[in-house]
Ligand binder design. Sequence first.
Ligand SMILES: [Zn+2]
Length: 195
Amino acid sequence: MTTIFYQHWHEVPEGAWRWPNFSPAEIACRGTSKLLVNEPALDKLQALRERLGKPLIVRSAYRSPKHNRAVGGADRSKHMNGAAFDIAMSNHDPVAFEAAARDVGFLGFGFYPRSGFMHVDLGPARQWGERFPVVEYSIGFQARAAEELARLPAGSAVVEMMSDYSRYTRTGARMQIKSPLIYEISLLKVFRINA
Ligand SMILES: [Zn+2]
C-alpha cells in the first residue's frame, strides 16, 4: 500500500496530487489539518466520482488518532489509515451510490441515514447501520423543483434535502449552492431565502 503523510495538507507538492475532483484540504483531517494520502483509497474515490458523474461531498476522510477520538470514531477506524470516506447522500440515491461504490472496490459500508451520509472503506468486507429508506419522486414534483431551482440567483440559495431520510430525521441538511445545476433537482426541495 502506498501512503504518504503530511503534517499539514498545505505541504502536498504541486504536482503530487493526482485526483482531479478532490483537494488535499477535503481529504485532510478536519481537526488537525494533517493528511495521510492513501493512494489506493483515493484511486477508488476518484473512480467512484467518475462512475457517478456528480460531486461527492466528503464529510470526513483522513482522521488523526486524536481527532478520531474527539469525534467518537471506532478505536481501529479505517479513517486513521486514510482508507475510509464519509460521503453526504444529499445529492445521491443511496442505492445507486452503494452499488457504484461496490463496483469500484469499496468493501466496508456504514449507513447513517439520520446523519445523511454513507461511510465507505477499503475493507474488510462488512456493513453496519440501518439502510437508507428508498424514495421515489413524481415527475410533477421534479418539474416543480426544477422551476423553483431555475428562478434562484446563483449562490444565494439554501436548499433543504427532500429525501426521506432528512424528513425522517428532521435535520434538514443545508448547504450553500454556487451553481444550481450541479445538484440533482429530483432530490431537492428548494427554499428561497432573503430574496
Ligand atoms: Zn466513516
